[in-house]
Design a protein around this ligand. Sequence first.
Ligand code: SF4
Ligand code: SF4
Length: 456
Amino acid sequence: MRLWKRIASKKRVASGIRQDPMTSVHKSLTAPMPGRADLTPECIHCGLCLQACPTYVELGKEADSPRGRIYLMRAQQRGVIPVSRSFVQHISACLDCRGCESACPSGVPYGELVEKAREVIEHNARRPFLVRVFRNFVFGRVFPSHRLLRLSFDLLRLYQASGLQMLVRALGILKLIPGHLSELEQLLPDIRQKRHHVELGSVHPAEGERKHRVALLTGCVMNEIFGDINQATIRVLQRNGCDVIVPAAQGCCAALHCHAGIIDTAREMARKNILALEDAEVEAIISNASGCGAKLREYGTLFEHDPQFAARAKAFSAKVKDIASFLDELPRIARPGELKLRVAYDDPCHLLHAMKVSKSPRNLLRSIPGLELVELATPERCCGSAGIYNITHYELSMRILQRKIDDIRTANADVLATGNPGCMMHIAYGLRREGLTHTRVMHPVELLDQAYRSRL
Ligand code: SF4
Ligand code: SF4
């Protein structure tokens, strides 16, 4: 029997992944997406990516490895296997962390492949009615709308600030509901006091001589949950001679939509960002959330077959910079004050594996006098957050998180620095769960901002 058949026929029970309501399908279709070229010619099946893959390391199954998933994708594209329940589960269990891309000697664009496979699933698999309604509402209504997104976070703030959260936890109400709702509720960061979002449409002049003009994309979750990080980003840019504009018409970057295969909505949202920035006359578009930054840099791929937007999307992506790279590439950055802290840095997957940025955040942290930078044993390994993976695949996500927390425990740092809001929330949850409350989770730009403020 050929390898793909063996892979496709493995029972899920053996892999330890439970069926998940967010990704379950009602029926299998045999028709592959029409008109698709072979997307996987580069894979030479060498297997060098296997140990870089968190799901393979946890589950030990070929079908949950990059190579195995590529076999499945190829078989599906050629119409040899259907978009079956098993196909959906193996593709959905991928974190889209892209650790395999860094390990691959053949340059297989795995992230692009898995997102295309998820688009195939989105078009061919029928999900349960309630899951469809929920997904349509969240992806189609909430994320594209600032108003609904803010309302959602205001409701969450009210839930926490009113004491309802305490009551729900004390009574253990969520434990009565099947699934992991009780654990998922614990993932929520405390946002009672956080109302520091950056106003869209605002302009922030450089301190002293103006040397650069940049735009900040605030992110959707970042601005609502970690608005103080956006504020810190603006202060740091101002301190380094940047006028910072925050375009009013910007929206969510659509990374979550692409990871979920909801590509048509993703394109609509990306178009909005391209139009919002097109006439801004800035030398760089700054992102401080690496999951967003990586997607913003890939708008070119998203529009490669759109004659109207292909060139405009490429021009947009070429200007996108992660805050750490932008600052590190300046001829000189303003001198920070002293911070006596032991800091461990964890590479966010999309910053490292998609944007290929690893030195810049470390350089910035090392530039702070008094700060001791320590390396984790495996900073390149995903923490298990991966967008909404910790919701859709809670148990596996927690197994992956546990390795990260053990790594952080060994580093015994005052601060764990990382540059992506999802990772920050997920790791903070893991630290709370393990009682490692002496280690705070911070964005590198927050530390730099704190160091600048310590000189005031
Ligand atoms: S993206 Fe991450 S989880 Fe998915 S196959 Fe690659 S290494 Fe494994
Ligand atoms: S490392 Fe690259 S070429 Fe080798 S099996 Fe993995 S994806 Fe294929």
